[in-house]
Ligand binder design. Structure first.
Ligand code: TMP
Length: 220
């Protein structure tokens, strides 16, 4: 069993999770914790190449199963190269998205269903689950507006990672509903933060959840 603590952030595009993840990492490091930060897809050299293939809006119509396979190829590489070594060394690993994203986006959004995602997770990731998942689920409409804004910004600043953000409202509704289903299924691991408060308020709520969870983890 790895000694470290595995924490993931999840949420729709535009949920504010990357900002909150950065704030939490700053807080953990200031508290003297050793933290390894990564994200999915990406975070390794191979993963970064998979990321650009997956997110570039010029990537035309990958088959949903191909998209699913690439997400897990990226994850297997990140586990081998980053996540497992850091956990074995006793670090806190903070990962922006993990298998819940695949269940929500490919299982829900692309309608492949949860079962195949969970089966692949078992086979390719040895079933490793986060010790804590912070799921930011602000109001659905607000998330969509923020995702679209981010997409427009990327179109003007030259970063082209907008393939998912171009999906329609029905796709995002299915992703949102699947996230809620995961949270209802795993209420201990997955803590839902509605994210409608200010940046600072949401940060404080996340910190208090993390303190409590780390304390229980270390007392085991
Ligand atoms: P982000 O890293 O900026 O959050 O964007 C990653 C995008 O990739 C986001 O739209 C969600 C999508 N994604 C999936 O569809 N499946 C996955 O398994 C992961 C990790 C991400």
């Amino acid at each position: 069993m790895p000694k470290g603590f595995f924490l993931t952030f999840e949420g729709l595009d535009g949920s504010g999770k990357s900002t909150q993840s950065r704030l939490l990492v700053g807080w953990l490091e200031a508290s003297g914790e050793h933290v390894r930060v990564t994200r999915q897809p990406g975070g390794t050299r191979i993963g970064d190449r998979i990321r650009s293939l997956l997110l570039d809006s010029k990537t035309e119509s990958p088959a949903p199963m191909a998209e699913l396979g690439l997400m897990f190829a990226d994850r297997a590489q990140a586990l081998a190269e980053i996540i497992l070594p850091a956990l074995n060394a006793g670090s806190i690993v903070v990962c922006d998205r993990f298998t819940d994203s695949t269940e929500a986006y490919q299982g829900g959004g692309r309608q492949l269903g949860s079962e195949i995602v969970l089966r692949l997770h078992e086979t390719m990731c040895g079933g490793l689950m986060p010790d804590l998942t912070v799921l930011l689920l602000p109001d659905f409409a607000a998330s969509l507006v923020r995702a679209r804004r981010r997409n427009e910004r990327m179109a003007t600043d030259g970063t082209d990672e907008g393939r998912f953000e171009r999906e329609g409202q029905d796709f995002y509704r299915r992703v949102f509903d699947k996230y809620r289903e995961i949270a209802a299924r795993e209420p201990v691991r997955v803590v839902v933060i509605d994210g409608d408060g200010s940046l600072e308020e949401v940060h404080r709520r996340i910190v208090s959840v993390v303190i409590e969870c780390l304390r229980a983890f270390r007392a085991e």
